[in-house]
Design a binder for this molecule. Structure first.
Ligand SMILES: Nc1ncnc2c1ncn2[C@@H]1O[C@H](COP(=O)(O)OP(=O)(O)OP(=O)(O)O)[C@@H](O)[C@H]1O
Ligand SMILES: [Mg+2]
Length: 254
């Protein structure tokens, strides 16, 4: 069994009266591709942001390669951030920078090496060289997402977080991105944590799949186990049914 790369232990996060993570526990192993499933608003993005240190949980511990991320600052925070490449749900590109500068943001190499890196990464996400000089506002939503992905992988980080990598992409481009995620994990040995609503994509990229419900990981297993599970929450989610134990929040709750 490989070592635990990221570990969440009893993590609690609420916004006012709204409890989002409730004693959440999860171990992610080095070199695995883990997919998190969960309804909209269940706290998936909040979980990633807690690991990154962008949101501070009220309770619990989050270890990244043995470094405590909760309340980390200074050099520990920098050490953690350097390990992680992140694709945010909305791509989150810098509007005032062109595509090339977005992709290599924060990387220090000579100009020729950086431009070669930009072209390599653009090609990996299915974009042509001429996109490098465009600005985020010149791109379609799917292109912005792919540039966000190119930025996430540019520094070849040990850990990759992908928040909805295939949302808004056509099926063919989704497959390109799924293969890219798999190759990052298999060829570079990265540990990947992906959030997706796209079950077909989850099946292609995951070593293990976890389901977040009411602030906790209520189920975790392999793709094979997913198909065999009789867990009613997981079954309802993968069947995409509005009938079952998962209830939509009422107007008073939301
Ligand atoms: N900074 C914040 N302040 C207040 N509430 C927040 C904040 N960030 C997230 N929330 C709330 O936390 C809950 C979980 O949000 P989160 O973005 O993690 O959902 P999600 O599972 O990623 O959903 P989706 O699949 O729609 O992206 C939501 O109710 C959201 O409104
Ligand atoms: Mg989200």
């Amino acid at each position: 069994m490989s070592k635990v790369k990221i570990s969440l232990h009893n993590v609690c996060k609420a916004f006012g009266p709204k409890v989002v993570l409730d004693d959440c526990n999860l171990d992610i192993y080095e070199g695995e591709s883990l997919v998190i499933l969960g309804a909209s608003g269940s706290g998936k993005s909040v979980m990633l942001k807690c690991i990154l240190g962008l949101i501070t949980p009220e309770q619990g511990s989050i270890l990244v390669d043995g470094l405590e991320s909760v309340h980390a600052n200074g050099s520990t925070r920098v050490q953690i951030i350097r390990k992680i490449g992140m694709l945010f749900q909305g791509a989150a590109l810098f509007d005032s920078m062109n595509v090339a500068d977005n992709i290599v943001f924060g990387l220090k190499r000579d100009k020729t090496t950086l431009m070669q890196l930009v072209y390599d990464k653009l090609a990996q996400v299915g974009l042509t060289k001429d996109v490098a000089n465009l600005f985020p506002s010149d791109l379609s939503g799917g292109m912005q997402k792919r540039v966000g992905l190119a930025r996430a992988i540019a520094s070849r980080p040990e850990i990759l977080f992908f928040d909805e990598p295939t949302t808004g992409l056509d099926p063919i481009m989704s497959d390109v991105i799924n293969k890219l995620i798999v190759s990052c994990v298999k060829n570079i040995g990265a540990t990947a944590l992906t959030i997706t609503h796209d079950i077909a994509s989850a099946r292609k990229i995951a070593d293990r799949i976890a389901m977040l419900y009411q602030g906790k990981i209520i189920w975790i297993g392999t793709v094979k186990e997913l198909d065999k599970t009789d867990n009613p929450y997981v079954r309802q989610f993968i069947q995409g049914s509005s009938e079952g134990p998962i209830k939509l929040p009422t107007i008073e709750e939301s």
